[in-house]
Design a protein around this ligand. Structure first.
Ligand code: PSU
Ligand code: MN
Length: 307
């Protein structure tokens, strides 16, 4: 791993050097996950939540060929408004860098950059997973294999039922990735607090999660940890309503032959449209909720590492 590939901003570099808590944030949610200007407002709002909760935000992206960790407002505005930006998973970074392109980093790419920078905790909305129909298409997100290779703790709100949730959980088991639900027995389904599947583990405090991170690392496990933080009750959507919306979007994608890396952005955009913005509102609330928990986990982790 070559840290010199990264351009880390001053605030993040200082926090890391002093052992203070930092939370990595992805940028595909900005470039491909939400419409403008909600994407920009969310990106700025999530950084503010991380600060209020006691950590330094480190949004990652590829900007004009440079791997960046910690962005300023102008960078975020540029990414939010850009139309020609790539969606980059970890494997895409090198080729885009060579042609000095810009990209939003997915969960897998952000884990790579966080690991390079030495940031143990990362907050997002939902991770990618095993798509419905994967037995035919083989469409399994690189987020899951990266979780099997990189020791970053990823705080999410579970996965959307655009995915096959039982298969996603099976794949995470195969990849040796612990799945820990926060204050819940069930694995959440992004817009709703339960997917109907049990989570493997439940922990109820940021300190317990930070302790589990340190133990996992001390055993040389070599894999990430997926922390599943259910959407707050008041913001969650009616399961029948959102399931119907997702099913309609998946059907449209099938009919239009949308596949590969276009599939997730297509589904996210269609669900936003078909739900009259209700899914977007829930999405914003849960990302903020995850950012707050990630900051508290990062703070506990920094304290425990010092002691
Ligand atoms: N799921 C969401 N919102 C998102 C994504 C997934 O609810 O913005 C983005 C994340 O960046 C994730 C990526 O890493 O999509 C996964 O894409 P794919 O399914 O093509 O691997
Ligand atoms: Mn895919």
């Amino acid at each position: 791993m070559d840290k010199t590939l990264l351009q880390v901003n001053g605030e993040v570099a200082a926090a890391l050097a002093e052992g203070r808590p930092v939370v990595a944030l992805e940028s595909t949610i900005i470039t491909h996950g939400m419409p403008y200007p909600a994407n920009l407002e969310t990106a700025l709002g999530v950084e503010a939540v991380v600060r209020e909760s006691g950590a330094v935000p480190a949004t990652t992206a590829l900007v004009s060929g440079t791997l960046r960790v910690g962005l300023d407002t102008a960078d975020l505005e540029g990414l939010a408004a850009a139309k020609d930006v790539v969606k980059a998973s970890g494997r895409d970074l090198a080729a885009v860098m060579v042609r000095k392109g810009s990209a939003g980093t997915t969960v897998s790419a952000t884990m790579r950059l966080a690991a390079l920078a030495g940031i143990p905790v990362f907050a997002t909305g939902g991770v990618g997973g095993v798509h419905r129909g994967a037995e035919q298409t083989f469409d399994i997100s690189a987020d899951l294999t990266e979780l099997g290779h990189t020791g970053t703790t990823v705080v999410c709100a579970g996965v959307k039922s655009i995915l096959d949730i039982p298969k996603t959980l099976e794949f995470l088991e195969t990849q040796r990735v612990p799945v820990i639900a926060y204050r819940s027995d069930d694995f959440p389904a992004f817009f709703t607090r339960s997917s109907g599947e049990k989570a493997d583990h439940r922990l109820d405090t940021p300190e317990e999660i930070a302790s589990a991170m340190l133990l996992h690392e001390r055993m040389g496990s070599g894999t990430g940890i997926l922390v599943a933080n259910p959407i707050p009750e008041a913001e969650s959507l009616d399961p029948a309503f959102i399931d119907g919306t997702i099913a309609a979007a998946v059907k449209e994608a099938d009919a239009q032959g949308i596949s590969r890396k276009e599939l997730t952005p297509f589904l996210l955009a269609r669900i936003n449209e078909l739900s009259d913005g209700r899914s977007l509102k829930a999405n914003i609330a849960l990302v903020r909720n995850n950012a707050a928990l990630a900051a508290r986990i990062a703070a506990a982790h920094a304290r425990l590492r010092r002691s």
